[in-house]
Write a protein that binds this ligand. Structure first.
Ligand SMILES: [Zn+2]
Length: 307
């Protein structure tokens, strides 16, 4: 790989037809370990390092080739909501180190970068954030993640193209590590189609994220693997870059204070042969998926690799 980071292996392997397994959700595991509702998950990189490390280790043990850091809400703009903006560098660096510490031989660490929760200025009347503010906050996060040793970035669950594009630019301004960028899609039953909050189609998103500099594009979170298949198919027709999908384990079901998800490990993994057929190179799960989901998804991937 020379002076280029190891993360470029992922892009090259995926482009050459190799299949890779990403990890599953973190929220459920953190809540089970005692994270309080409304508390800052990234603070646990400091206060509960052992818990965070063991979630990463569980995914590597389940068969993940890459895991993501516990830094989804790690931009200064987001951490400010908890009064933790001053700890942005530390919490992101530490998040990267925790995943790095348990990284399997041959495994990779992706620096998770989620939305700031601040709306783009054009989004009237609530929006107040300029492209420059977005780029600055993501550049700062990407620098800290790179300092902590990530191999690539996972810009994820993005709802607005302005923010997604700025996050990709921030990563590229910080380092030359590859960027995997995914957006959140809603299924519009009335029209039988998938669209972002901003109304973009999967093809629009793929083209837009690639134009902004993303090296791998796709979808995460959202409704579930059935829609992921349709979204990836549309993206495959629109771009040649490697594609990634890590959907939720179906829709959330809330009973009282407890949230579960529709799809257990078997029901979820059953959809993955079609997801790979649709042209996806990197697959995992998002909300509601855990190590057992990933173990069965990894089995599907392994059986494909042997062919
Ligand atoms: Zn999710």
């Amino acid at each position: 790989m020379g002076a280029r980071g190891r993360g470029w292996e992922i892009v090259e392997r995926a482009a050459a037809g190799d299949l890779l397994v990403f990890d599953g959700g973190y929220g459920t595991a953190l809540f089970e370990a005692g994270l309080a509702n409304g508390a800052c998950p990234e603070l646990w990189n400091d206060t509960h390092a052992d818990v965070v490390r063991s979630i990463h280790a569980g995914y590597f043990a389940a068969g993940s080739d890459l895991v993501e850091t516990n830094t989804f809400g790690g931009t200064r703009l987001k951490l400010n909501e908890y009064g933790l903006g001053d700890r942005t560098r530390e919490l992101n660096e530490q998040g990267a180190r925790l995943a790095r510490a348990v990284c399997a031989p041959g495994g990779y660490v992706a620096g998770s970068m989620g939305p700031t929760s601040r709306l783009p200025a054009e989004y009237e009347p609530l929006g107040d954030t300029s492209d420059e503010q977005y780029v600055a906050t993501f550049t700062e996060q990407a620098e800290a993640l790179a300092e902590g040793g990530v191999d690539l970035f996972a810009v994820e669950t993005m709802m607005f193209p302005q923010e997604a594009v700025a996050a990709i630019r921030g990563c590229k301004a910080a380092t030359d590590l590859p960027v995997m960028a995914t957006m959140f899609f809603q299924y519009e039953e009335l029209h039988d189609r998938d669209r972002t909050m901003w109304g973009e189609s999967p093809a629009d998103v793929a083209r837009n994220l690639v134009a902004a500099g993303a090296d791998i594009v796709g979808m995460n979170c959202g409704r579930g693997p059935d829609r992921a298949i349709a979204i990836i198919r549309e993206m495959r027709a629109a771009t040649r870059v490697p594609l990634v999908a890590y959907p939720n384990a179906g829709l959330p079901i809330t009973t009282g204070t407890r949230t579960t998800y529709e799809l257990g490990p078997e029901a979820m993994a059953k959809e993955y042969p079609a997801l790979l057929d649709a042209g996806c190179s990197i697959v995992g799960g998002c909300c509601g998926s855990g190590p057992e989901h990933i173990r069965l998804i990894a089995e599907v991937v392994r059986s494909r690799r042997k062919r």
